[in-house]
Design a binder for this molecule. Structure first.
Ligand code: 13P
Ligand code: ZN
Length: 270
């Protein structure tokens, strides 16, 4: 059996948590990440028959039954993940149609998976239904996107159009746009279901006055999505109160579609 602390997917998650903390996206215990793992990848490092604890999830997710996830712990600080991965992270296998999570590694202080587990698991199921390669769901509290949800219209099309116009690369990176949820109580099955519904049409879902969810095939893609949207939000907040002399026009956005072979969400450039 190989040493799990050397598993490339675990090392990459630790580095990502450290990087997200450095970006200021994850104050205190803010933010959480889950990564779908292959059974064979886990079996190279762990005895998958050795279940340490069985944790109720409070929801069902039949599509994820038997699947393995590396996930951050509730109340854990991203800044500390690098110093003690086994306390701050866990590997679980969903069972009983998703109603329980079997802990195979981690949460060594008796902890458990993030309070946003419903939003993570339901989002995985939703993303896998539209992209079988999706592996990552990431949540954090980036300053500028968060601030933007106080002063910008929350209509998804309008919100997306503003982001697309704040930086040329945006429409290339997230042509499907961003979806937006109004403020809701976090950590509930309700916000999980609402997030998952929004995840069927976009990899980015803004939680008004809270933060953002991203999804992607790997940690780089998902981090990069949030990074790009957050940069655009930062530009918006720098210029929103100033008189604009020019912007990226809808005609310009159409030119970008053509040049980069991407298609904006149907109707969102009308
Ligand atoms: P957890 O510590 O339970 O992961 O919660 C952090 C958070 O960002 C809640 O939305
Ligand atoms: Zn949060």
């Amino acid at each position: 059996m190989k040493d799990i602390l050397t598993a490339p997917w675990l090392v990459e998650l630790v580095r990502t948590c450290t990087n997200m903390y450095a970006h200021g996206w994850d104050e205190r215990n803010g933010g959480n990440i889950s990564v779908l793992l292959d059974a064979a990848d886990v079996a190279a490092y762990l005895d998958c028959k050795a279940v340490l604890r069985t944790l109720p999830t409070g929801f069902s997710a039949p599509a994820l039954d038997g699947k393995y996830f590396l996930v951050t712990g509730t109340g854990k600080y991203f800044k500390n993940v690098q110093y003690d991965p086994a306390v701050n992270l866990g590997i679980v296998r969903l069972a009983d149609g998703g109603q329980t999570a079997q802990l195979l590694w981690g949460f060594t202080d008796g902890g458990k998976f993030t309070s946003e587990f419903p939003a993570h698991m339901m989002s995985h199921a939703a993303r896998l239904s539209v992209d079988p390669e999706n592996r990552v769901v990431m949540h954090c509290h980036p300053n500028n996107l968060l601030a933007m949800t106080y002063v910008h219209d929350l209509d998804e099309k309008t919100f997306t159009r503003t982001l697309w116009q704040m930086e040329t690369e945006c429409i290339v990176v997230f042509p499907e746009g961003v979806n937006v949820l109004p403020w809701m109580v976090c950590g509930t099955n309700e916000i999980g279901q609402a997030t998952a519904e929004k995840m069927k049409t976009a990899r980015l879902v803004v939680w008004a006055q809270h933060g953002i969810y991203g999804a992607g095939r790997d940690l780089d893609e998902t981090f990069g999505l949030i990074e790009t949207a957050e940069k655009a939000a930062a530009v918006y907040l720098k210029i929103a109160h100033l008189p604009w002399k020019q912007t990226i026009t809808v005609a310009d956005l159409h030119q970008l579609e053509e040049r980069f072979g991407v298609k904006a969400r149907p109707g969102w450039l009308d």
